[in-house]
Design a protein. Structure first.
Length: 72
């Protein structure tokens, strides 16, 4: 934390595109990630949520009712 407090811009420049973990007494105080990495993480979490929904719906596939879209 003290190194980050002294010159946060330098720490971030040195890290470049890599994530930064700022520690306080050897415990994570916060993490810094680039917007690009943050977006990728959010998309991955959304994909996992969708995959769980797909698995749930596939488990119920045998109870599905067939419909003719032309009759709706």
């Amino acid at each position: 934390m003290s190194k980050f407090k002294k010159n946060p811009a330098q720490v971030l420049r040195t890290a470049g595109e890599k994530p930064v973990a700022v520690l306080n007494h050897n415990r994570p105080a916060f993490h810094r990630v680039t917007p690009k990495l943050f977006e990728a993480l959010v998309e991955e979490l959304a994909d996992r949520d969708l995959a769980a929904i797909v698995c749930q719906r596939l488990a119920l596939k045998d109870t599905a009712v067939e419909v003719d879209i032309e009759q709706i």
